[in-house]
Design a protein around this ligand. Structure first.
Ligand code: NAD
Ligand code: FE2
Length: 383
């Protein structure tokens, strides 16, 4: 067996309604002046109102930063940092999807260690310790609550990752009730993102290991069975709980066995065309998997046994059937399936392929080597 290491968030609280106890959870980490990092949509939804009231009633002095936007640019991270500094915050609570949680991670790190944002991009460049950090996901998607990663939009169209063990939070609070009002299109896209995390972790070239495999399988078992109910019947607490847990399990898998070409080809779509992260993944997913088939047939066949609803037909083509099934799933979830539906001109595909090549951090994990010509062919198939 190949040697491996495995890290995850130290403490997981998985319980509908658990966010009602956030004040006591924050106090258990010694927080007295937490910075709550969220986005305007969530603040407007009223979801945070009882949480903030509880925190304040418990005597905590809350600094609220609610200006996170999807795919947070550097200015958002710096704004949150400055507000937390002004509030003399001694801990950070990320409340929202990946965008809010990633911003919260960087605030907790940079407020304490004094490094500049531009100095921590890349792998292992963070120094020192961060402030206490709690993450409360409100989408079942990124798994950011259990990953040592934060993604920042650095230019007009480019994204950079900070990968450092300090970014793993102290506590993740999984309260499925917070996800009951997540709109169908966001539920679908973030749910597919989580499925992609599990699929790519399962074929990750260098760091795939028995632990990440177990998590990826368990994640897919839950996500594949419940994604349609969560999209169609948003208030189904059981389906929402399964999705939130599945997304976290997938996050634990890919935090230790990193994602690959689906994400590498998805990032330019988000960067250039501001397509949501999960939808970007969904658009290229079947085409990347078909490209990978010659190198990952064995693993895809194993996953087909988990993803496909019933086992019929021949095992020889189970991998192809799984890819077809995932392609049809996007249609059933009412997601766009073609790049041209999103007003991406065919003439832009060359630039997208060149941009995807910049994501070497991810491409090295792909089971099959991807050249720029391959990336272009995949975008053409997705167009
Ligand atoms: N850190 C990681 O490991 C990791 C992994 C994958 C992606 N990411 C990053 O995460 C970001 C994407 O995160 P995301 O897909 O969770 O989306 P998001 O955080 O951008 O949120 C999407 C939208 O959903 C809304 N929303 C969130 N929760 C809601 C709820 N419960 N009810 C109603 N509306 C709600 C938000 O207001 C927002 O408008 C990207 O920046 C991506 O690069 C990070
Ligand atoms: Fe993702």
């Amino acid at each position: 067996m190949t040697p491996f290491t495995f890290s995850t968030t130290q403490s997981l609280i998985c319980e509908p309604g658990a966010s009602d106890r956030l004040a006591e959870i924050a106090a258990s980490l010694g927080m007295q002046r937490p910075c709550v990092v969220t986005d305007g949509g969530l603040l407007g939804s009223g979801l945070l109102t009882p949480v903030l009231a509880h925190l304040r009633a418990a005597g905590l002095t809350v600094t609220l930063f609610s200006e996170v936007v999807a795919d947070p640019p550097e200015a958002v991270v710096l704004g949150a940092l400055s507000q937390a500094r002004d509030g003399r915050c001694d801990g950070v609570i990320g409340f929202g999807g990946g965008s809010a949680m990633d911003t919260a991670k960087l605030v907790a790190l940079l407020l304490n260690n004094g490094q500049r944002l531009q100095d921590v991009y890349g792998v292992g460049n963070a120094q020192g310790k961060r402030l206490p950090l709690i993450q409360v996901p409100t989408t079942a998607g990124t798994g950011s609550e259990v990953t040592p990663i934060a993604i920042v939009t650095t230019g007009e169209t480019t994204k950079q990752g900070v990968v450092a063990p300090q970014l793993l939070p102290d506590i993740a609070v999984l309260d499925a009730r917070l996800t009951l009002g997540l709109p169908p299109a966001v539920t679908a896209a973030t749910g597919i993102d989580a499925m992609v995390h599990a699929i790519e972790a399962y074929t990750s070239k260098h760091r795939k290991n028995p632990y990440s495999d177990m998590l990826a399988r368990e994640a897919l078992h839950r996500l594949a069975r419940h994604i349609e109910a969560a999209v169609q019947t948003g208030h189904d607490e059981q389906a929402r709980s399964e999705m939130l847990l599945g997304a976290m399990l997938a996050g634990q898998a890919f935090a230790n066995a990193p994602v690959a070409a689906v994400h590498a080809l998805a990032y330019p779509l988000g960067g250039v065309y501001h397509i949501p992260h999960g939808l970007s993944n969904s658009l290229v997913l079947p085409h990347v998997l078909r490209f990978n088939l010659e190198s990952a047939r064995h693993e895809y066949t194993e996953l087909a046994g988990i993803i496909l609803p019933q086992q019929e037909g021949h095992a020889d083509d189970a991998a192809e059937r799984m890819i077809d099934y995932l392609e049809e799933l996007a249609v059933r979830l009412a997601l766009p399936t073609r790049l041209r539906e999103l007003d991406i001109p065919e003439s832009a595909l060359g630039r997208l392929a060149a941009d995807a090549m910049l994501q070497q951090r991810l491409l090295v994990n792909n089971p099959r080597e991807v050249t720029e010509a391959d990336a272009l062919a995949i975008y053409k198939a997705a167009w």
